[in-house]
Ligand binder design. Sequence first.
Ligand code: ZN
Length: 261
Amino acid sequence: MRLSGFAQPGSDPGPPPAGTTRLRLLVTTRAVLARPGPAGEAGYVTGLSVLPGVPPWWWLVLSGLDAFRPECGFDPYDLVTVDVTRAGAGPTRAGAESTEARWPVPGTVRREHHLKQWALRRAWLDGHVEESMCRLDRPDRQPAPALVRVRDVAELLITPASGGIPGPTGGHPRPRFRGAYRWRCAGRTCPGHRHDIVDWEFTALQRRVVGLPDDRLRAALVNTFHGRLCAPDREVAFYVGPAGPGRPGYAVTGVYWPPKP
Ligand SMILES: [Zn+2]
């Protein structure tokens, strides 16, 4: 699906068309999923509804490079309105195995604000931090977006990318590495978790430093995604969501890392 960018500023959106739902979301993450082939990247956006009486977490399926450009209107910590339809009726079925997924209607994304300060983000999000990944990550549960407190991160595993790593078309370099966290949630008896990272930022960093040799790129990924985002002075939680088509369970879609008070 190609999103045609923001709706025209100042225009009256009118009521949402029949068959669609208008959401008001705080965008939290962009997940990029393995999807080899001419369609390029596929993924989804997660967001927290800020309307009363609406279920909190949503995920909107995206595909194609356009979905990851800033002008698509889904930058983390933007407050947006967007009209959505039920999953399963679009040009790709990435992520559509969950009945909870929705498709954004092209051209309906309206950015209202960007929450720059952690204090503002915390006001919306802290009440939605769950303590236990152990409780969520079970075979009998359909994965859906959540935000889960991190007790500690044992390791950020970096492995060479091959095969189905998220890769774009259009001449952009493929990411050389993929990542996974070994971590423990705040559940009392947590045995530990291992989740792949599908955060778009993990791919984007590799795009920005294409000239770095492998060892320095590896170090840059560890420094950023473990050293900086999971630093001891941060109150870390992981955004988690479906790992993608044909891959049961969860992946980490982003890191929530407000400074400790
Ligand atoms: Zn756990």
